[in-house]
Design a protein around this ligand. Structure first.
Ligand SMILES: [Zn+2]
Length: 494
């Protein structure tokens, strides 16, 4: 009974509510002196240890280029920058979709969307899917997941392997939090609810090995606080303020690890499911295209030792590589059938000259998005993006004649479509896409379908797109569009 009470999310909520007046740190104290110094070679020995915890921090909707560690000029992310400076930062990371559920299903199973089959609103991961949480659980770790995005909820199969998996109740006493978006206010609470639950879990399990998955949502929601720096009034500016707020939450978790002397036995992973567009290609938001602004995400792995200069891996890698890498680093069994690869050869081989490193470097990386993911009455219309050499090649599965090509070496922001001028021979690129599609569909057959009822639809809709309403014509167009989407039973969540 006591065990049950301790494991109940309600207990966490009550305990979290007791953390009144929790001071938000602006930056982790002593972040450089909490763990023993080490070298890249020492990373290999981590696999022999049996006392390591893993914390996976997923920041929904976070594009890489808005973090200081990735060269951004605004000080949006002092805590994540400090963690990156002592750990491993991957400079070019491709998410596997620009919509949460497709992206997270791939990230967690290390398989491309083509192989998970999770592309539409009602698709769920089947029992046959193996998640890292199941491996941790089998290896004797305590496991918990805390999230605020309904697309990774229990009924979509993301709870497999977790003994605790919940959305924390909203603490409505946090009056200082602002929500400057037309729809975001409908998601109750803030990421501080997630942080408080996470810190309670950490302190309750500090004497055991644990795996904790923390899924933050306030960047998606454009939430920030009175204490956040403000850089302007556009959605892009407010987005930056919300990154600073979520970075403070990351700082609170790191501070709690420091306070409980766990930083020398915890691997921290910071990642994102997709980015956010600000009209680079005519739209604001995500879940509608596969361009760089929604595809390029951060990845920071902080080992339980202090790397003097930090390690930066500049090769292009993918979110499906995250778990193969972390499980490899921690000496745990791999995910079965993973298409992603351990990136440790790139980390350990600084020059990147070994055969494993060059094989990783030469891979093509894929992403997919069913543009009709939320429209029950419409057939699938899957976009495929392939990064290959200097190129991003985007093509429609239903219509290979419609494609775009961008050359990152000359055009990193993907502004100039080379397909227009016929400057690139696309046949080899399409050949690789055909090979990718031809090498087998969903590995578990058709995914189970979750009947999405009215109440859940309303909840998912409440998560909302964020629109920039610049003039009345635009506003009217958005309203008409929203009504059309509603009529089509499209869920306004991404
Ligand atoms: Zn998302």
């Amino acid at each position: 009974m006591l065990r049950k009470l301790i494991d109940s999310p309600w207990t966490y909520f009550v305990l979290a509510a007791l953390l009144v007046g929790l001071a938000v740190v602006s930056q982790i104290e002593s972040v450089g002196e909490d763990a023993p110094p080490g070298t890249v070679a020492d990373l290999e020995a981590l696999a022999e240890r049996d006392d390591l915890n893993v914390i996976f921090i997923l920041i929904d909707t976070l594009r890489a280029d808005r973090l200081g560690a990735y060269g951004y000029e605004r000080a949006t992310s002092p805590n994540m920058d400090a963690l990156a400076a002592r750990g491993i930062r991957f400079g070019e990371v491709e998410s596997q979709s620009s919509w949460t559920k497709t992206s997270m299903a791939s990230l967690m199973t290390a398989r491309y969307p083509e192989r998970t089959g999770i592309m539409r609103a009602e698709d769920a991961l089947p029992d046959e899917a193996v998640l890292p949480s199941e491996i941790f659980s089998e290896e004797g770790y305590k496991t918990a997941g805390v999230w605020r995005n309904g697309w990774v909820a229990n009924n979509f199969g993301f709870d497999q392997g977790f003994s605790l998996y919940f959305k924390p109740l909203a603490d409505r006493s946090n009056k200082f939090v602002k929500r400057n978006s037309p729809s975001a206010h409908q998601l109750a609470g803030t990421d501080l609810d997630v942080t408080n639950s996470a810190i309670e879990f950490i302190s309750n399990n500090k004497d055991d090995r644990f795996f904790l998955y923390v899924h933050y949502m306030d960047v998606h929601q454009y939430v920030y606080t009175d204490n956040s720096p403000t850089w302007g009034t556009s959605f892009s500016d407010i987005y930056d303020s919300s990154i600073h707020w979520v970075d403070q939450n990351v700082g609170l978790i790191a501070q709690s690890l420091f306070d409980q002397e766990l930083l020398d036995k915890t691997i921290i992973v910071i990642a994102a499911d997709h980015g956010e567009g600000f009209f680079e290609h005519g739209a604001e938001g995500h879940a509608r295209s596969l361009y760089r602004e929604v595809q390029n995400v951060p990845l920071i792995i902080v080992p339980p030792l202090r790397l003097d200069q930090g390690v930066v891996v500049e090769e292009k890698v993918a979110n499906i590589d995250i778990w193969p890498t972390v499980l490899d680093l921690a000496g745990l069994p791999p995910l079965p059938g993973a298409e992603g690869r351990s990136l440790m050869p790139l980390v350990l081989d600084g020059a990147g000259e070994g055969p494993e490193a060059s094989e990783l470097r030469d891979r093509a990386l894929f992403a997919q998005l069913d543009q009709h993911w939320g429209r029950r009455n419409k057939e699938s219309d899957v976009l495929i993006s392939m990064l290959d050499g200097p190129y991003r090649y985007i093509v429609r599965a239903n219509d290979p004649e419609r494609f775009e090509v961008y050359d990152h070496s000359a055009d990193p922001l993907e502004k100039e479509d080379l397909a227009d001028g016929g400057d690139v021979t696309v046949k080899p690129l399409q050949g690789k896409v055909d090979e990718f599609l031809g090498s087998g569909g969903p590995v578990w057959g058709d995914s189970p379908k979750v009947p999405v009822d009215e109440m859940m639809q309303a909840q998912l809709r409440a998560l909302g797109y964020v629109f920039t309403m610049t003039d009345s014509d635009e506003l009217r167009r958005r309203q008409e569009h929203a009504k059309e989407l509603q009529d089509n039973q499209k869920w306004e969540t991404d």
